[in-house]
Design a protein around this ligand. Structure first.
Ligand code: ADP
Ligand code: MG
Length: 307
């Protein structure tokens, strides 16, 4: 059996089964691990960007530096945490210009400063292709992090921003399509939704950031919360464009928006926050049902996975 047969999520599941963690911590399976510490809890996440997989070799290094930290900040946002400390591991080709790495660090440090995160360490190695890996630690009051597993039947589902814009930007970049500047920015320079997460923290029962694609990430909430979802396509704020299909918008990854579930009793409050749109509801079962004009559509198991 090859790794591509096992799949990215199959491999993570296999690793999870091989490990045991103490009762008071949350390990593999959420956007961050949760480690209780006095009357606080630490949130820890790690994510890497790999040349040829996540970015093209001719990428603007400043934007790469920004994105590398932003995707990690997005995982802290998904738990409604406050980001605090970062570790930066870089693997570089030996002929990389120092100017290139200077620009990468500029982008990286600009975002660190914007979110008042301190860099505490890292690692530097040579490699055949560039890899930027960041470990980020955040903090929350004990028990206050929003996990993927808290969705309840009867909850409503909402999303921040628009869905599919990053994929529109990617497609425009790959195919040299003029225009779509905001979408290209969304792909190259995603904005972590830390402040948005804090705004809905009092109401959210479950939350995830959209990295694999809206449908796939909703599926992650369903699996861990042991619920199903009805999503209404007419309500989903899909990025306006002429270059990707609705399905690609729902399945394309890297939106770095937030999807969260909250009790129906807070519907008015969430409806009045302009950053968010209600897109569905939590139901019994373990599947996602997609509706368009009241008609049920086939939901494919779509979304980005490495293998
Ligand atoms: P995200 O997209 O939110 O960054 P991932 O899909 O990368 O989340 O990971 C899902 C979960 O699996 C996370 O809890 C992550 O820490 C864990 N995970 C992923 N890869 C590994 C690995 N190689 N070893 C241990 N845990 C892993
Ligand atoms: Mg995540």
């Amino acid at each position: 059996m090859k790794i591509k047969d096992l799949g990215e999520f199959g491999l993570i599941e296999k690793i999870k089964k091989l490990t045991k963690v103490s009762n008071d911590v949350v390990g593999i399976g959420d956007d961050c691990a949760i480690i209780p510490f006095g009357n606080k809890e630490l949130l820890v996440t790690t994510d890497g960007l790999v040349e040829g997989v996540h970015f093209f070799s001719d990428i603007d290094p400043y934007l790469l530096g920004r994105k590398a930290i932003s995707v990690n900040l997005s995982d802290i946002a998904a738990m409604a945490g406050i980001p605090k400390w970062a570790f930066l591991s870089i693997s570089l080709k030996s002929n990389t210009d120092v100017q290139w790495i200077d620009k990468l660090l500029d982008g990286f440090l600009d975002v660190l400063n914007e979110f008042r995160v301190e860099l505490l360490g890292g690692d530097t190695t040579a490699a055949g292709q560039t890899v930027i890996n960041i470990t980020l630690i955040g903090i929350n009051d004990l028990g206050s992090s929003i996990r993927r597993s808290g969705a309840k039947k009867g909850d409503l589902v909402a999303v921040s921003g628009e869905i599919g814009c990053s994929f529109v930007g990617l497609k425009a970049l790959i195919n040299n399509i003029k225009g779509y500047e905001d979408e290209k920015q969304k792909h190259l320079n995603p904005k972590p939704r830390i402040s948005e997460a804090l705004k809905i923290k009092p109401y959210a029962n479950a939350m995830i950031d959209v990295s694999d694609g809206l449908v796939k990430d909703c599926m992650h909430i369903c699996e861990t919360s042991k619920v199903g979802m009805k999503l209404y396509l007419d309500s989903i704020p899909i990025c306006k464009n002429d270059i990707i299909t609705e399905k690609e918008a729902l399945c394309g990854g890297e939106d770095y928006e937030l999807v969260f579930c909250f009790s129906n009793e807070h519907k008015n409050i969430i409806e009045n926050m302009e950053e968010f749109t209600i897109i569905g509801e939590v139901v019994e079962g373990e599947q996602i049902q997609l509706f368009k004009n009241g008609i049920s559509l086939e939901v494919e198991d779509c979304g980005f996975r490495h293998f």
